[in-house]
Write a protein of this length. Structure first.
Length: 372
C-alpha cells in the first residue's frame, strides 16, 4: 500500500506544480484516505477527523488525540501532528514552518466559517498566505480506477448481491419496508461488509415512484412493484445496485414498464466505451424510455461514478458532458416512475473499457423472486 500512496503523492505534486501552488490542504474524507491511507471518518459536516497538508517535499497529517494511534498506524508515510488548540491554529504554524505562501484548499469541503477562521488566524500571525480555492482537484485523480480498486468494488458488490439473494427469497405480503431494509443490512454485515454504501432504499407500491424513498412501516403487497436500491462498502469501496421485484404474477403495466427499463439499460451499457460521451450514453436510455410512451417519467441522471464515495464523477446525465475513459466505474440505472402506481429501476455497475463495457454484476435482472 505504501507504494500506491507514494505514487499518488507524486502525481498530486505534479498537479500542484501545474496549478502554481506550494501546498495543498486536503479535508475531503475520501481524498484524505486516497492520498494517505488514513480511514478516520467524519460523522457530520462541521466535524473533521483531520487534514492533510502536502508540500513539494513534505506531507503532514494533522488530527486530534482521538485519532492519534489510528493515524500513526494507517499513514506511515506522513508526519502525524496532534493539534491541541484547533486545526486552524495548527495550520498557521505549519504554513510558517514550511514557508508556504500559496495554499490550495478544497472549496467544496471548506465552509465559509472555516475559511473565515483560517483567514483570521493567518492575518493575526502576520504570515502572508494566499488561499486558493480548488474544485475537484484530487477527485480528478480518482476518476480512473486501478485494477486493485476495481477488484475491491467487485468484492463489495458480491457481498451486496449475496445478501439480496438471501433476503429476497424471504419476502411475504405483510412485511414492512423497514423490516426488509433491516434484514438486508444484517445480511450484508454478516457476509463481511464494513458498512453500507448508503441507507438502503426499500419502496413498495406507490412509494417506489419516489427514486430516493425512505423505508417506512408500509407493508408490501402482492402484485405491486418492490424497488430495492442498496450497496455494501468493503475496504473503503462502495457497491451500488437496484432491482425491482414483484410478489405474485405481474400485471400488464408492470411487464411493460420493467421491459422498457431493462431495454433502456441494455442499450446504454452497450454504448459505453472509452471515448464515448456521458451525455450520449444517457440519451440512449432516455430516448428509449421517451419513445416507448414514458416521456418525463425518468427524471434523474442515468448514472454516476463509484469508488471511495458512492456518488462521484463522472456523471451520466443530460446536464454535463464527460468523455469516458478506460478504468472509470459508472452505474447505469434507468427508471420509470408513475405517481400513484409505483416505479421500476434496474442498476448495474460497469467498468469502461477501451472497446466496450465490463458489467461487474452477476445478479439476475428478473422481477420473479423464484428465479433470483
Amino acid at each position: 500500500m505504501d507504494d500506491i500512496i507514494d505514487a499518488r503523492l507524486t502525481k498530486v505534486r505534479t498537479l500542484m506544480a501545474d496549478a502554481g501552488i506550494d501546498a495543498l490542504l486536503v479535508l475531503v474524507e475520501e481524498n484524505r484516505r486516497y492520498l494517505s491511507g488514513f480511514t478516520g471518518e467524519e460523522h457530520q459536516f462541521d466535524e473533521s477527523a483531520g487534514a492533510l497538508l502536502i508540500t513539494a517535499d513534505a506531507q503532514v497529517l494533522a488530527t486530534d488525540s482521538r485519532f492519534e494511534l489510528q493515524a500513526l498506524r494507517e499513514a506511515p508515510l506522513f508526519e502525524v501532528i496532534i493539534y491541541r488548540k484547533g486545526l486552524a491554529q495548527e495550520l498557521v504554524e505549519l504554513t510558517k514552518r514550511f514557508n508556504i505562501h500559496k495554499m490550495g484548499f478544497e472549496s467544496n469541503r471548506v465552509s465559509f466559517h472555516q475559511h473565515t477562521v483560517l483567514e483570521q488566524e493567518l492575518s493575526s500571525s502576520g504570515h502572508c498566505v494566499t488561499l486558493v480555492p480548488l474544485d475537484a482537484f484530487v477527485e480528478t485523480m480518482r476518476l480512473i480506477k486501478s485494477p486493485d480498486e476495481i477488484q475491491r468494488t467487485q468484492k463489495a458488490l458480491a457481498i451486496a448481491e449475496g445478501a439480496f439473494r438471501q433476503v429476497v427469497k424471504t419476502l411475504k405480503p405483510g412485511m414492512s419496508e423497514k423490516s426488509i431494509a433491516w434484514a438486508l443490512e444484517q445480511a450484508m454485515r454478516q457476509k463481511g461488509a464494513d458498512d453500507l454504501s448508503f441507507p438502503s432504499i426499500i419502496a413498495a407500491g406507490p412509494n417506489s415512484a419516489l427514486p430516493h424513498a425512505i423505508p417506512s412501516d408500509r407493508e408490501i403487497r402482492t402484485g405491486e412493484p418492490i424497488l430495492f436500491d442498496w450497496g455494501a462498502k468493503l475496504n473503503g469501496y462502495c457497491s451500488d445496485t437496484s432491482r425491482t421485484v414483484i410478489l405474485g404474477p405481474p400485471d400488464d403495466t408492470f411487464l411493460r414498464v420493467h421491459q422498457t427499463v431493462l431495454e433502456a439499460q441494455q442499450r446504454a451499457i452497450a454504448a459505453i466505451k472509452a471515448g464515448a460521451s456521458s451525455k450520449a450514453v444517457d440519451a440512449v436510455a432516455r430516448d428509449h424510455i421517451h419513445n416507448n410512451g414514458y416521456e418525463g417519467k425518468f427524471g434523474h441522471g442515468l448514472g454516476h461514478g463509484t469508488g471511495l464515495a458512492v456518488h462521484e464523477a463522472p456523471r451520466l446525465s443530460p446536464l454535463k458532458e464527460t468523455i469516458l475513459e478506460a478504468g472509470m466505474i459508472v452505474t447505469v440505472e434507468p427508471g420509470i416512475y408513475l405517481p400513484e402506481w409505483g416505479g421500476v429501476r434496474i442498476e448495474h455497475q460497469v467498468v469502461v473499457g477501451e472497446h466496450g463495457p465490463e458489467v461487474l454484476n452477476h445478479l439476475s435482472t428478473t422481477y420473479a423472486i423464484d428465479q433470483i
